[in-house]
Design a protein around this ligand. Structure first.
Ligand SMILES: NC(=O)c1ccc[n+]([C@@H]2O[C@H](COP(=O)([O-])OP(=O)(O)OC[C@H]3O[C@@H](n4cnc5c(N)ncnc54)[C@H](OP(=O)(O)O)[C@@H]3O)[C@@H](O)[C@H]2O)c1
Length: 326
């Protein structure tokens, strides 16, 4: 059976993208053959499409760290043909051919059944980015954050993780300060639930100071670099910052002062290797008490529009969530 897939190939002139036909026999071994109905574009897919060896080592390759679809052929007792499933993270779209394709084949322990409350489509509007936003907020709340802790800072707010974080924090009754490099998106962010919108330059003020006044009851940081450490220096006593991204920088200059003077916590967040049982808990929450209307976030993408969207996400210009309709 032939199907369409997006492919990145290494050539003498760099990494080239095209849409090709593939056969199911080209796919790796795995217990679930899935007919992909939706995928979504994440920053990591941009890195994979650009040849970043930290994400993908072997080309030609099909990126796409997210996929939702219908099981066509299951050899695992937990899944039947016809089941609607979501696959995010693990090796999908990194070393394993990913969701920018009409078919994937994956191990059964990478998949969760689409929970009540979500659809194959809405789960991909969430995708890895939205799931990670939820994971950050769950981790912050487990560490003690509540909507009485103080305003929550969200960095990279117009991006995939940031915009879903704003929407979810708003649903949960938080006061939200959104940091964006796109001042023209301020009203859009307020429409999602941001209380105030500030620029990246404002978020970087005082980067040379050892400590900053106590402001935030929590921080969802998607960018890293000096903005991350400014966030830590501005946390209220005992509060926490969840770090999940690196679009500004993977490193930052730090001191122990916020930790030993304000008792604050730096929480790491990974959605990729998070055990499938923990992934299932968060997906169920996203289909239940954390159910959001994310229609304002979606940009519909077709195969033909994917390459342009990849360029935009690498340039930090993507807004909300790009969802690939297959
Ligand atoms: N840990 C995990 O499991 C996990 C999962 C998903 C994503 N991530 C990471 O989280 C980050 C965000 O992912 P995403 O999918 O939300 O990407 P995205 O859609 O591209 O959003 C990133 C946003 O960051 C802001 N930004 C871009 N360049 C910046 C810079 N130089 N300095 C400061 N801000 C900048 C932009 O928003 P504004 O213009 O609004 O500032 C941009 O839209 C990425 O690093 C990604 O790899 C990690």
């Amino acid at each position: 059976m032939k199907f369409k897939a997006f492919r990145v190939a290494k050539t003498d002139s760099g990494f080239e993208r095209s849409i090709i036909e593939r056969s199911e026999s080209d796919l790796p071994e795995g217990e679930l053959l899935i007919s992909v109905k939706y995928s979504s574009l994440n920053f990591k897919d941009g890195l994979s499409a650009a040849g970043n060896p930290g994400v993908t080592r072997n080309y030609p390759h099909t990126p796409g760290i997210d996929a939702s679809g219908i099981v066509l052929d299951s050899s695992h007792p937990d899944f039947d043909n016809g089941d609607e499933v979501i696959v995010i993270g693990f090796d999908l779209g990194m070393g394993t051919p990913g969701g920018f394709s009409e078919r994937i084949r994956v191990p059964a322990n990478w998949a969760v059944k689409c929970p009540l409350g979500l659809t194959l489509h809405s789960s991909m509007v969430i995708g890895t980015a939205g799931f990670t936003a939820a994971e950050c907020i769950q981790k912050l709340e487990t560490a003690g954050m509540s909507n009485t802790s103080g305003p929550v800072l969200v960095t990279g707010a117009s991006g995939g993780v940031g915009s879903v974080a704003v929407k979810l924090l708003s649903l949960l009754g938080y006061e939200i300060i959104a940091v964006t490099g796109k001042p023209d998106k301020a009203d859009w962010l307020k429409g999602l639930g941001a209380t105030h919108v500030i620029t990246r330059e404002e978020a970087l003020e005082g980067a040379n100071k050892p400590m900053l006044p106590e402001k935030w009851g929590g921080v969802v940081d998607t960018v890293g670099g000096d903005i991350l450490f400014n966030g830590l220096k501005s946390l209220r006593y005992g509060c926490s910052l969840a770090a999940c991204g690196l679009v500004a920088s993977p490193s930052f200059n730090a001191s122990v002062l916020p930790f030993i003077l304000r008792n604050v916590n730096l929480l790491g967040v990974d959605s990729v290797q998070l055990p499938i049982q923990e992934k299932e808990v968060i997906w169920r929450k996203l289909g239940g008490e954390w159910l959001m209307d994310l229609s304002a976030l979606e940009e519909v993408l077709t195969f033909d529009q994917l390459s342009g969207a990849i360029d935009r996400i690498l340039a930090g210009k993507m807004v909300g969530r790009g969802v690939l309709h297959l």
